[in-house]
Ligand binder design. Structure first.
Ligand SMILES: Nc1ncnc2c1ncn2[C@@H]1O[C@H](COP(=O)(O)OP(=O)(O)OP(=O)(O)O)[C@@H](O)[C@H]1O
Ligand SMILES: O=C(O)[C@H](O)[C@@H](O)[C@H](O)[C@H](O)CO
Length: 184
Protein backbone atom coordinates (compact mmCIF):
# COMPACT_ATOMS: atom_id res chain seq x y z
CA UNK A 1 0.00 0.00 0.00
CA UNK A 2 1.51 3.30 -1.13
CA UNK A 3 0.45 6.91 -0.60
CA UNK A 4 1.83 9.30 -3.23
CA UNK A 5 1.36 13.05 -3.38
CA UNK A 6 2.25 14.73 -6.68
CA UNK A 7 3.12 18.29 -5.67
CA UNK A 8 4.29 21.56 -7.19
CA UNK A 9 3.15 25.01 -8.21
CA UNK A 10 0.01 25.61 -10.23
CA UNK A 11 0.52 24.35 -13.78
CA UNK A 12 3.45 22.07 -12.93
CA UNK A 13 1.43 19.12 -14.20
CA UNK A 14 0.19 17.55 -10.95
CA UNK A 15 -3.28 16.65 -12.24
CA UNK A 16 -2.00 15.43 -15.62
CA UNK A 17 0.88 13.33 -14.26
CA UNK A 18 -1.07 12.12 -11.21
CA UNK A 19 -4.08 10.95 -13.19
CA UNK A 20 -1.95 9.22 -15.86
CA UNK A 21 0.10 7.42 -13.22
CA UNK A 22 -3.02 6.35 -11.33
CA UNK A 23 -4.60 5.03 -14.52
CA UNK A 24 -1.44 3.09 -15.36
CA UNK A 25 -1.18 1.56 -11.91
CA UNK A 26 -4.92 1.08 -11.45
CA UNK A 27 -4.84 3.14 -8.26
CA UNK A 28 -7.36 5.63 -6.92
CA UNK A 29 -6.71 9.27 -7.84
CA UNK A 30 -7.72 12.39 -5.93
CA UNK A 31 -7.27 15.96 -7.13
CA UNK A 32 -6.94 18.40 -4.22
CA UNK A 33 -8.48 21.09 -6.44
CA UNK A 34 -11.82 19.30 -6.05
CA UNK A 35 -11.77 19.77 -2.25
CA UNK A 36 -11.31 23.54 -1.99
CA UNK A 37 -14.20 25.36 -0.34
CA UNK A 38 -15.92 27.78 -2.68
CA UNK A 39 -14.27 30.81 -1.01
CA UNK A 40 -10.83 29.47 -1.94
CA UNK A 41 -11.77 28.79 -5.54
CA UNK A 42 -13.29 32.28 -5.83
CA UNK A 43 -10.16 33.88 -4.43
CA UNK A 44 -7.88 32.06 -6.85
CA UNK A 45 -10.12 32.88 -9.80
CA UNK A 46 -9.84 36.55 -8.81
CA UNK A 47 -6.05 36.29 -8.76
CA UNK A 48 -5.81 36.49 -4.94
CA UNK A 49 -3.28 34.03 -3.46
CA UNK A 50 -4.47 31.73 -0.70
CA UNK A 51 -2.93 32.13 2.75
CA UNK A 52 -2.26 29.63 5.56
CA UNK A 53 -5.74 30.14 7.03
CA UNK A 54 -7.32 29.31 3.67
CA UNK A 55 -5.18 26.26 3.13
CA UNK A 56 -4.98 24.60 6.57
CA UNK A 57 -8.59 23.26 6.83
CA UNK A 58 -8.35 22.10 3.20
CA UNK A 59 -5.09 20.23 3.91
CA UNK A 60 -6.61 18.65 7.06
CA UNK A 61 -9.48 17.34 4.96
CA UNK A 62 -6.98 15.86 2.48
CA UNK A 63 -5.03 14.28 5.36
CA UNK A 64 -8.26 12.60 6.51
CA UNK A 65 -8.85 11.22 3.01
CA UNK A 66 -5.31 9.82 2.83
CA UNK A 67 -5.61 8.20 6.25
CA UNK A 68 -9.00 6.70 5.36
CA UNK A 69 -7.47 5.11 2.26
CA UNK A 70 -4.48 3.93 4.25
CA UNK A 71 -6.77 2.23 6.77
CA UNK A 72 -8.60 0.57 3.89
CA UNK A 73 -5.25 -0.69 2.53
CA UNK A 74 -5.80 1.26 -0.68
CA UNK A 75 -2.87 2.74 -2.64
CA UNK A 76 -3.67 6.27 -3.77
CA UNK A 77 -2.28 9.24 -5.65
CA UNK A 78 -3.20 12.77 -4.61
CA UNK A 79 -2.40 15.80 -6.77
CA UNK A 80 -1.88 18.67 -4.34
CA UNK A 81 0.26 21.82 -4.45
CA UNK A 82 1.64 21.17 -0.90
CA UNK A 83 3.87 24.19 -1.37
CA UNK A 84 5.22 24.66 2.15
CA UNK A 85 6.95 22.20 4.43
CA UNK A 86 4.24 22.77 7.05
CA UNK A 87 1.56 21.92 4.49
CA UNK A 88 3.28 18.61 3.76
CA UNK A 89 3.49 17.94 7.47
CA UNK A 90 -0.26 18.46 7.72
CA UNK A 91 -0.84 15.93 4.94
CA UNK A 92 1.33 13.45 6.84
CA UNK A 93 0.25 14.13 10.43
CA UNK A 94 -2.95 16.16 10.37
CA UNK A 95 -3.85 19.26 12.35
CA UNK A 96 -1.27 18.56 15.09
CA UNK A 97 1.42 19.49 12.58
CA UNK A 98 0.23 23.11 12.63
CA UNK A 99 1.26 23.43 16.26
CA UNK A 100 4.31 21.15 16.34
CA UNK A 101 7.86 22.25 15.76
CA UNK A 102 8.92 21.03 12.34
CA UNK A 103 12.23 19.69 13.73
CA UNK A 104 10.28 17.31 15.89
CA UNK A 105 8.13 16.14 13.00
CA UNK A 106 11.17 15.52 10.88
CA UNK A 107 13.10 13.26 13.15
CA UNK A 108 14.85 10.64 11.08
CA UNK A 109 13.06 7.37 11.18
CA UNK A 110 9.79 8.95 12.31
CA UNK A 111 7.32 6.52 10.72
CA UNK A 112 4.89 9.36 10.06
CA UNK A 113 7.44 11.13 7.83
CA UNK A 114 7.88 8.02 5.69
CA UNK A 115 4.16 7.39 5.32
CA UNK A 116 3.72 9.54 2.21
CA UNK A 117 6.11 9.87 -0.73
CA UNK A 118 6.03 13.36 -2.24
CA UNK A 119 6.82 13.71 -5.95
CA UNK A 120 7.87 17.26 -6.68
CA UNK A 121 7.32 18.38 -10.28
CA UNK A 122 9.98 21.00 -10.69
CA UNK A 123 10.87 23.30 -13.59
CA UNK A 124 11.21 26.82 -14.92
CA UNK A 125 8.50 29.42 -14.36
CA UNK A 126 8.58 30.53 -18.02
CA UNK A 127 7.70 27.06 -19.29
CA UNK A 128 4.86 26.66 -16.77
CA UNK A 129 3.56 30.15 -17.61
CA UNK A 130 3.40 29.26 -21.29
CA UNK A 131 1.54 26.01 -20.49
CA UNK A 132 -0.90 27.92 -18.28
CA UNK A 133 -1.75 30.49 -20.92
CA UNK A 134 -2.66 27.60 -23.24
CA UNK A 135 -4.77 25.81 -20.60
CA UNK A 136 -8.49 26.42 -20.94
CA UNK A 137 -11.45 26.05 -18.58
CA UNK A 138 -9.59 26.14 -15.26
CA UNK A 139 -10.42 28.44 -12.34
CA UNK A 140 -6.83 29.22 -11.42
CA UNK A 141 -5.62 32.62 -12.56
CA UNK A 142 -2.25 32.33 -14.40
CA UNK A 143 -1.22 35.59 -12.68
CA UNK A 144 -0.83 33.64 -9.44
CA UNK A 145 2.17 31.72 -10.71
CA UNK A 146 4.68 34.22 -9.31
CA UNK A 147 3.14 33.96 -5.85
CA UNK A 148 3.10 30.15 -6.10
CA UNK A 149 6.88 30.20 -6.70
CA UNK A 150 7.32 32.70 -3.88
CA UNK A 151 5.44 30.43 -1.46
CA UNK A 152 7.12 27.20 -2.60
CA UNK A 153 9.49 25.57 -0.14
CA UNK A 154 10.97 22.76 -2.21
CA UNK A 155 11.13 19.52 -0.23
CA UNK A 156 14.50 18.66 1.28
CA UNK A 157 16.00 15.89 3.43
CA UNK A 158 14.83 14.30 5.68
CA UNK A 159 11.45 14.69 3.98
CA UNK A 160 10.40 11.63 1.97
CA UNK A 161 10.44 12.91 -1.62
CA UNK A 162 11.72 12.62 -5.16
CA UNK A 163 12.02 15.42 -7.71
CA UNK A 164 11.00 15.06 -11.34
CA UNK A 165 11.66 17.54 -14.12
CA UNK A 166 8.42 18.81 -15.60
CA UNK A 167 10.30 19.60 -18.81
CA UNK A 168 10.04 15.94 -19.82
CA UNK A 169 6.98 14.44 -21.51
CA UNK A 170 4.13 13.19 -19.32
CA UNK A 171 4.84 9.57 -20.29
CA UNK A 172 8.55 9.93 -19.44
CA UNK A 173 7.71 11.45 -16.06
CA UNK A 174 5.21 8.68 -15.33
CA UNK A 175 7.75 5.95 -16.26
CA UNK A 176 10.44 7.56 -14.12
CA UNK A 177 8.15 7.70 -11.10
CA UNK A 178 7.24 4.04 -11.64
CA UNK A 179 10.95 3.16 -11.73
CA UNK A 180 11.64 5.16 -8.56
CA UNK A 181 8.95 3.36 -6.65
CA UNK A 182 9.83 0.00 -8.23
CA UNK A 183 6.43 -0.44 -9.87
CA UNK A 184 7.53 -0.59 -13.52
N1 LIG B 1 5.05 17.21 -18.96
C1 LIG B 1 4.21 17.99 -19.65
N2 LIG B 1 4.48 18.31 -20.92
C2 LIG B 1 3.66 19.12 -21.63
N3 LIG B 1 2.52 19.68 -21.14
C3 LIG B 1 2.19 19.40 -19.87
C4 LIG B 1 3.01 18.54 -19.06
N4 LIG B 1 2.44 18.46 -17.84
C5 LIG B 1 1.32 19.21 -17.88
N5 LIG B 1 1.17 19.77 -19.11
C6 LIG B 1 0.10 20.70 -19.49
O1 LIG B 1 0.28 21.85 -18.67
C7 LIG B 1 -0.98 22.34 -18.21
C8 LIG B 1 -0.99 22.32 -16.67
O2 LIG B 1 -1.03 20.97 -16.24
P1 LIG B 1 -1.96 20.53 -15.02
O3 LIG B 1 -3.31 21.15 -15.13
O4 LIG B 1 -1.86 19.05 -14.92
O5 LIG B 1 -1.14 21.23 -13.83
P2 LIG B 1 -1.50 21.30 -12.29
O6 LIG B 1 -0.21 21.33 -11.57
O7 LIG B 1 -2.47 20.25 -11.94
O8 LIG B 1 -2.17 22.72 -12.19
P3 LIG B 1 -3.15 23.30 -11.06
O9 LIG B 1 -2.45 23.16 -9.79
O10 LIG B 1 -3.31 24.73 -11.46
O11 LIG B 1 -4.41 22.51 -11.14
C9 LIG B 1 -2.05 21.46 -18.81
O12 LIG B 1 -2.58 22.09 -19.96
C10 LIG B 1 -1.30 20.19 -19.20
O13 LIG B 1 -1.86 19.54 -20.31
O1 LIG C 1 -2.06 25.93 -2.59
C1 LIG C 1 -2.59 26.58 -3.48
O2 LIG C 1 -2.35 27.76 -3.77
C2 LIG C 1 -3.62 25.89 -4.31
O3 LIG C 1 -3.64 24.51 -4.09
C3 LIG C 1 -3.37 26.06 -5.75
O4 LIG C 1 -2.10 25.62 -6.10
C4 LIG C 1 -4.51 25.43 -6.48
O5 LIG C 1 -5.27 24.52 -5.76
C5 LIG C 1 -4.23 24.73 -7.68
O6 LIG C 1 -2.95 24.29 -7.84
C6 LIG C 1 -4.85 25.56 -8.74
O7 LIG C 1 -5.21 24.85 -9.76
Amino acid sequence: MVLLVVMGVSGSGKSTVGSHLAAKLGWKFYDADDYHPEENTKKMAQGIPLNDQDRIPWLCKLHDILMREESAGQSVILACSALKKMYRHILVSGRDAVYSKSDHLEEQGDPATRKILFIHLDGPMELIASRLTERKGHFMSPELLQSQFHTLEAPSAPENFITESLEKSVSEIVSEIQKSIHLD
